[in-house]
Design a protein around this ligand. Structure first.
Ligand code: SF4
Length: 433
């Protein structure tokens, strides 16, 4: 494997748009400050009693007292950072430069991962500009070998490192397995739903012996296990196998009411957590637009019918564009999130299918999309309207839902042990949504 740094193409185009940004990097987040960073921040403001007092007011010590999370910057009740100035720019960075910022502020929205010796740079869709660049250009999620500049990796020491340790088979083979997932996801002649089913079946094929903590690759079993891994990956490279999965999966019709219930309860829970006005306003209007104001069971089937009808309409009017958002999102998910973070491959694919379902519901429930679905043919500016709605949807869900501890706990609870036919069934349910 080459050790040349890889950037996803959209990150070669990324520039922070600062005061033109519709959000701020830190809205709704809890920003950890390490002990050395806190010392740097205090030293920087020491010359001004007013600034020093303001800084101390914003910082809450971590009762656990860990060195890396020594304290937190607490957001204001409206979700914004108390250190923003009147132009919504960081006052600390303006006066004292990047060096004084906590790591998360200095590196956002970049995600840097070192696989063995090779560095990969992607981004988080929690930044609106990243979401725009990632979703709206067809070639956005291609990896591009690129010499690294300081702007790509502002604090190299904070990069996540995944060592190539042959004793840890789960991590050691992760890049090979990821390539297989991406090969299938790039088969865009099939609907994304079928491709999710394909990677679900691939994951199920590896389920018995390739997972976190597997012992199947130890000692003299290694050779046989590696051969088996290669055979399963090769099996799912076969066009006939993919066609069969697609055919079988396409015939599957599942009621969507329970999924609507689950996704709407996720949106409600995140709203209740006070996630900033942009997210709350979107979530509220999505629920209203789908007739889910009360959260009663009776609403779910009607909302499912509205959702399915709108989705069909959207595909008829803007199919290629909508598919591009979700195709780019799915490939980006696999690039950006190392699969070793899940306990097994099926649990990983489940996480992706769950997010795709939630995003579909939120996009279709977006009031601007609901209006577009009233049109009988695309108008001059309808794609632009759709793009705006998509960027807002994917960005706000990335920022306020996807990394939230309660959402992650819900995903863990739903997937259970994350192995076996039961988990594959759950992947297929979300893929059909
Ligand atoms: S969210 Fe992105 S574009 Fe907006 S200010 Fe932060 S880095 Fe810049």
């Amino acid at each position: 494997m080459s050790t040349e740094p890889l950037l996803l193409r959209y990150m070669t185009r990324f520039r922070c748009i600062a005061e033109r940004c519709e959000d701020t990097c830190c809205t709704g987040l809890r920003v950890p400050v390490s002990e050395p960073q806190w010392a740097r921040m205090r030293a920087a403001v020491a010359g001004s009693a007013e600034e020093s007092e303001r800084l101390h007011r914003c910082i809450t010590p971590n009762p656990g007292g860990a060195t890396t999370e020594h304290a937190f910057i607490e957001m204001r009740p409206d979700g914004h950072c108390p250190l923003l100035d009147t132009e919504r720019l960081c006052s600390l960075q303006r006066r004292h430069g990047d060096a004084v910022l906590p790591d998360i502020c200095a590196t956002f929205p970049r995600v840097v991962t070192r696989w063995g010796e090779r560095v990969e740079v992607s981004g988080t869709l929690a930044c609106p500009e990243v979401a725009r660049l990632c979703l709206l250009e067809e070639d956005a999620v291609e990896p591009v070998p690129t010499p690294l500049a300081a702007s790509h990796v502002p604090r190299p020491e904070t990069a996540r490192h995944i060592p190539a340790d042959a004793e840890d088979a789960w991590a050691f083979h992760a890049e090979t397995v990821r390539e297989a997932l991406l090969r299938m996801l790039y088969r865009r002649e099939y609907p994304l739903a079928s491709r999710l089913a394909m990677i679900g079946h691939l994951a199920h094929g590896l389920d018995g012996f390739y997972f976190r903590g597997t012992e199947s690759f130890r000692g003299e079993d290694r050779e046989a296990a590696e051969a088996r891994l290669g055979e399963v990956l090769q099996h799912f490279d076969s066009p006939d196998v993919l066609e069969t999965v697609h055919r079988d999966f396409s015939g599957l019709a599942l009621p969507g009411g329970p999924c609507v219930g689950l996704f709407s309860s996720v949106l409600r829970a995140r709203m209740a957590a006070g996630r900033g006005e942009r997210f709350s306003s979107l979530a509220r209007s999505v629920l209203e637009s789908l007739g889910l104001q009360e959260g009663t069971p009776g609403e779910l089937d009607a909302a499912w019918r509205t959702y399915a009808e709108r989705w069909r309409h959207l595909e008829a009017l803007h199919g290629a564009r909508v598919h591009q958002y979700f195709d780019n999102y799915a490939a980006h998910f696999v690039w950006r999130n190392p699969l070793i973070d899940a306990p097994g491959l099926l649990a990983y694919v489940f996480r992706l299918a769950l997010r795709v379902g939630l995003l579909r519901l939120t996009l279709v429930g977006h009031p601007r999309v609901a209006e577009l679905c009233q049109e009988s043919s695309p108008t001059a500016d309808s794609q632009e309207q759709l793009d705006r709605a998509a960027v807002e949807t994917f960005q706000l869900v990335a920022k306020h839902v996807e990394q939230a501890p309660d959402f992650l706990a819900l995903a863990e609870g739903l997937v259970g042990p994350g192995r076996g036919a039961d988990t594959l069934g759950k992947v297929l349910i979300f893929a059909t949504f």
